[in-house]
Write a protein that binds this ligand. Structure first.
Ligand code: URA
Length: 232
């Protein structure tokens, strides 16, 4: 399949979505305060039929909600982009938050919830409403793909999108779970500034998860594996 035909596939996303009243009211308030911020549902970023889908929680106030790209413009994003570049899933580390020349390789980044939630905490109904988009993202992954859930909420949202009860499989940092359709779910603590500062997640712990993911992807038949990976 050529890149062109792959990019024509539609994944559900509505920049005008206002399905969650608490979130849209909050976004409208934030927009008043910071008129230059994106303040809309943040679209996913990366290749359209990824082998590797990274699922975060929700846009951060001064990160993705400002720039309009997941994990862009805050500390969580710096660690994530540094790591995906190290492991060959991005062609560069963005030089600044608005550097839109960075290209992901075989990889896509999305969030369990597309809108900035108050206190960074989406409620259960918002996670459920937004799951329509995550379901579409999951359906858009390549066969035998790997999904990385950053934190417990992303983990539960992935399970929900896969048609499982959010509690069907327990979240555990570094764990590897099997999903239907030959998909594998890895869990990691979220790469948030809080988790880094408290050392719940260190850069080396994060690298270990990525190393396991690369081992998984490399164990696929050669024509399906992601190429261009740097050695670690
Ligand atoms: N930025 C995102 O887009 N998602 C997160 O989970 C955190 C920061």
């Amino acid at each position: 399949m050529t890149t062109k035909s792959v990019t024509q596939r539609a994944i559900a996303y509505r920049v005008t979505c206002r399905d969650c009243s608490r979130l849209t009211t909050f976004l409208d308030d934030v927009k008043q305060k910071y008129p230059s911020y994106f303040c809309k549902p943040v679209p996913s970023f990366g290749v359209v039929k990824p082998k590797f889908l990274i699922v975060g929680l929700a846009p951060g106030l001064h990160g993705a909600n400002r720039t309009g790209r997941p994990f862009t413009g805050d500390d969580a994003g710096e660690l994530l982009f540094r790591t995906i570049h190290k492991f060959g899933f991005a062609d560069r580390v963005p030089s600044n938050p608005l550097d839109d020349s960075v290209k992901l390789i075989g990889c896509r980044i999305t969030n369990a919830v597309k809108c900035l939630p108050p206190q960074n905490k989406p409620n259960t109904s918002e996670i459920r409403v937004c799951n329509q988009y995550l379901r579409s993202e999951l359906a858009g992954t390549a066969p035998q793909s790997v999904i990385l859930a950053l934190g417990g909420i992303a983990h539960s949202a992935v399970l929900m999108a896969a048609g499982l009860k959010p509690s069907a499989i327990k979240f555990a940092h570094g764990a590897r779970h099997f999903l239907a359709g030959d998909r594998v779910l890895f869990d990691s603590y979220h790469c948030s500034r809080y988790n880094i500062n408290t050392r719940r997640l260190t850069e080396s712990m994060f690298h270990d998860v990525f190393q396991a993911i690369c081992a998984d992807l490399n164990s696929m038949p050669a024509h399906q594996a992601i190429t261009n990976r740097v050695s670690i």
